[in-house]
Design a binder for this molecule. Sequence first.
Ligand SMILES: [Zn+2]
Length: 196
Amino acid sequence: MVIPPAAPSAPPPQGGAAGGPAKPVPRRPLGQREQTAWAVLQQVPDPEVPVLSVCDLGIVREVKALDAGVEVVLTPTYSGCPATEVIAQSVHDALAAAGFGPVTVSTRRAPAWTTDWISAEGRRKLRDYGIAPPSGSAAVDDGPRPVAIRIHARGVDCPRCGSAQTERLSAFGSTACKALYRCLSCREPFEHFKPI
Ligand SMILES: [Zn+2]
């Protein structure tokens, strides 16, 4: 994959601070059209969580400017997720509308997408939206925290008040990728983007 040097929100870093497995990163500099294409994709929302763009979600693996047109490689989030077709169409339409000419959207299923690919910016947007971001190796580093004894080994913090005292009400929220929780401190229900 390639990382646009000047894009406002780059694709998720591979390897580095996120702690994920290191992946080879091509060193080819991005052309102007590729940078512009990334900027266009930054505006394409995920249909299930519209607060996130497809870039925030980390599913855009590659953007290649061709002599004529542009090629985009997506990795679907959940296999069989009906949103995948919608996303591919949205990506195609956004780039075509931006004047990129023939747009090819292909999918790459390996390596499989995980919620670790959601960018730090995406996690912040989720929390601001009232959805607890997925926990995992790429979870947001909020800096030093007081040590708290949690009921569950991997608790889900309330996105509203930050309390770790939460309970799961249902394994499924408004979509299959989210679970329904309730905060025991502020009493508000919220959704949790399940880590995979
Ligand atoms: Zn709360």
